[in-house]
Ligand binder design. Structure first.
Ligand code: PMP
Length: 441
């Protein structure tokens, strides 16, 4: 009962930070207080080059005037509208705009507030769609080892990150996992690696084991981001698509990271030429500025709901903030910015330069693999014996001290700069990393 009490500026005790070593952080906090273009400003006044687009989301860079204005204007005009049984124009406009950049046939959009919610929504759509089509026995879900699909119960059940699963006891039942595609013989591949298409055949194995009539959907990241930027082997996604089609199983691409230009095309589905039945998106949808996610759904799936029995409500699912006005306005301004500046194409045009710079780090100490495509890259380091992830985390800390934001995932350094990055800044990223790698224990 102390609403009138002003919070003490240096009190860090109340905020329980997500996916953060809180005790360590609070002894030596790293704080950003401003951002513009490619740079963050720290609390102690330093400029830090954003090598990760925030958390893989600020694809157009920071403080973009068009997006800032759209948010301000929307807040002043229509701040909020009920999400159920009521509409407002911006949500419809954004859904159409998304359909226009989506791979052909992904004609309908369901809005959420995050990647995790997009995943839960897509899994529920898959289950409900089979039921609406009279195939209620299709309840099994298939994910993949080393997959990351957010942190809600469906997402960690189909996900394959051990630490995100094992401390939470029982997860969803009826879930299987395909093998991951990270093979040692693919080390230092540029773009898609050669080996591993056959790993998709494990899905045929699951069909033989359980019967196709029990399997609802397969969900994979076309390129696994959070577990170290793992590219799909050549032919792998095509084979997964073929097996899913053959057995009436929905294929869901989780494009929360790969959506909105990261791989040099609107979506990875476009880049790889493989069309899933649903795409989950978030992050770059609003340039990271306002939480928003979306599920892009094929016409076939959507029609199953629309052609079903004439209930008052066709899909019992939704969020208070699904397609809320401010997020929709931010999304529209973001897509306009991407279009006006040709940012998806820019990522494609810079890919060769990016690749050359990244692979020039191959001779640096501890480097055991380098992976890349579009404007994303990863440098995998030899783990310190008995201390996994320590070397990767030291690289992150030392890069931050040297004025560069990278992300460490285990002992892999992940890079995904805003798509506005200039060649000189690409050089700066790799020169800084070269020094950091030479200074590591
Ligand atoms: N799916 C993928 C592929 C992701 O990379 C992420 C976030 N990194 C999520 C889902 C979850 O998104 P959010 O953190 O917005 O819930």
């Amino acid at each position: 009962m102390a609403l009138d009490r002003k919070p003490a500026p240096n009190d860090l005790s109340a905020f329980w930070m997500p996916f953060t070593a809180n005790r360590q952080f609070k002894k030596a906090p790293r704080m950003f207080v401003a951002a513009e273009g490619m740079y963050y400003t720290t609390a102690d006044g330093r400029q830090v080059l954003d090598g990760t687009a925030g958390l893989w989301c600020c694809n157009a860079g920071h403080k973009r005037p068009k997006i800032v204005q759209a948010i301000q204007q929307q807040a002043a005009e229509l701040d909020y509208a009920p999400a159920f049984q009521m509409g407002h124009p911006k949500a419809f406009e954004l859904a159409s705009a998304l359909r226009d950049i989506a791979p052909g046939g992904m004609d309908h959009v369901f809005f959420t507030n995050s990647g995790s919610e997009s995943v839960e929504t897509a899994l529920k759509i898959a289950l409900a769609c089979h039921r609406a089509r009279g195939e209620a026995s299709r309840t099994r879900l298939v994910g993949r080892e080393r997959g990351y699909h957010g942190v809600n119960f469906g997402g960690i059940s189909v996900g394959g990150i051990v630490n995100n699963r094992r401390v939470f006891g029982n997860l969803l039942s009826g879930v299987d996992h395909l093998p991951h595609t990270h093979l040692p013989q693919n080390a230092f591949s540029k773009g898609q690696p050669e080996h591993g298409a056959h790993l998709a055949d494990a899905l045929d194995g699951l069909v033989a084991l359980h019967g196709a009539e029990t399997i609802a959907a397969v969900i994979v990241e076309p390129m696994a981001g959070s577990t170290g930027v793992l590219m799909p082997p050549k032919g792998y996604l095509e084979r997964l698509r073929e097996i899913c089609t053959r057995h009436g199983i929905f294929l869901i691409f989780d494009e929360v990271i790969t959506g909105f230009g990261r791989l040099g095309a609107s979506f990875a589905a476009e880049r790889f030429g493989v069309r899933p039945d649903m795409i989950t998106a978030a992050k770059g949808l609003t340039n990271g500025i306002i939480p928003m996610g979306a599920v892009l759904v094929s016409a076939e799936i959507h029609d199953a709901f629309m052609n079903g029995p004439d209930h008052l409500i066709e899909f019992f699912h939704g969020y208070t903030y699904s397609g809320c006005p401010i997020a929709s306005a931010a999304g529209l301004a973001t897509l306009e910015t991407y279009r006006e500046e040709g940012l998806f194409q820019r990522a494609a045009d810079l890919e060769a330069y990016w690749q050359e710079g990244l692979h020039s780090l191959r001779e640096c100490p501890h480097v055991i693999d380098i992976r890349n495509m579009g404007l994303i890259g990863a440098i995998e380091l030899q783990p310190m014996s008995g201390e996994p992830a320590k070397r990767g985390f030291s690289a992150f800390l030392n890069a931050y001290e040297a004025g560069l934001l990278v992300r460490s995932t285990g002992d892999t350094i992940a890079l995904s700069p805003p798509l506005i990055v200039e060649k000189a800044q690409i050089d700066q990223i790799f020169e800084t990393l070269r020094k950091v790698l030479h200074g590591l224990d």
